[in-house]
Write a protein of this length. Structure first.
Length: 256
């Protein structure tokens, strides 16, 4: 089976839901999409381009993964650092926490260490729609309408860069894949991959009325990249579409 086999069912499912949906699913150069250039509040999917930006700088020698960083101001929301008494951690380990448990304190430390100005459009990654305008858990900025934004096509480009040998060194690509596949939140797109032989790595995002996931699925030499962004709908609705999409991808790969 290929993506064309699931195209119709995804299109029909997408129009059954209220709110706003955007997706882009790719295998090689074959793509199926719906509203791929739609602009969405990124929630924690903004952490994926941050991860890639950090490793891009590691490869250029302008940042050091082994550098020990002081654990400063803790913020709430997702993550574990707020519950620990640890005083410092390596840059590389903070990146892992930023992804695998979506740690907001780690993310803010990463932003500080990369000395990122606001707004930041990730010029080194070639993104068109993504902009980092605030730190995590900055409710004051959010109340003023200052939010981080992205699109399905930009997150797909991030996933594409992870397999691009001309962009990142092999060691960096392998390190990012190791981080993504250790993701602890796999209840959206990859929810059916356990015990199938399919390896998935993903980064979720979620706020009130926002439910996102972007993932790579690898199975028997095949790689499928999937980005699904949902906003303006109830959680059960968005999760239903995310799970429907993930199930369709898993069934496509296993039916090969």
């Amino acid at each position: 089976m290929n993506l064309q086999a699931i195209k119709s069912s995804l299109e029909k499912e997408a129009v059954c839901h209220s709110g706003k949906i955007g997706y882009l699913i790719r295998e090689g150069e074959e793509i199926i999409s719906h509203n791929p250039g739609g602009i969405f509040s990124s929630a924690s999917t903004i952490k994926l381009p941050l991860l890639i930006e950090a490793f891009r700088r590691f490869d250029k020698g302008i940042a050091a993964p082994g550098k020990m960083l002081a654990i400063g101001d803790h913020v709430g929301g997702s993550g574990v650092l707020q519950a620990l008494s640890i005083e410092e951690m390596s840059f590389r380990d903070l990146l892992s926490l930023m992804i695998i448990v979506s740690d907001n304190t780690a993310t803010n430390l990463v932003i500080d260490e990369l000395d990122i100005p606001f707004p930041f459009r990730f010029p080194g990654l070639g993104l068109r729609d993504t902009v980092l305008k605030r730190k995590m858990m900055d409710s004051a900025s959010l109340e003023k309408g200052i939010d981080n934004m992205t699109s399905p096509r930009d997150l797909d480009l991030c996933l594409r860069l992870l397999t691009d040998s001309s962009f990142l060194e092999a060691e960096s690509r392998d390190s990012i894949w190791d981080i993504l596949k250790n993701q602890q939140f796999k209840d959206k797109l990859p929810f059916l991959t356990e015990y199938t032989g399919i390896t998935a790595g993903n980064k979720t995002g979620g706020l009130q009325g926002i439910d996102h996931d972007c993932a790579l699925f690898r199975y028997k030499g095949r790689t499928v990249a999937a980005t699904v962004l949902c906003s303006g709908m109830k959680l059960e609705e968005s999760r239903s579409f995310l799970n429907f999409t993930g199930k369709a991808i898993v069934e496509m790969l296993l039916d090969d």
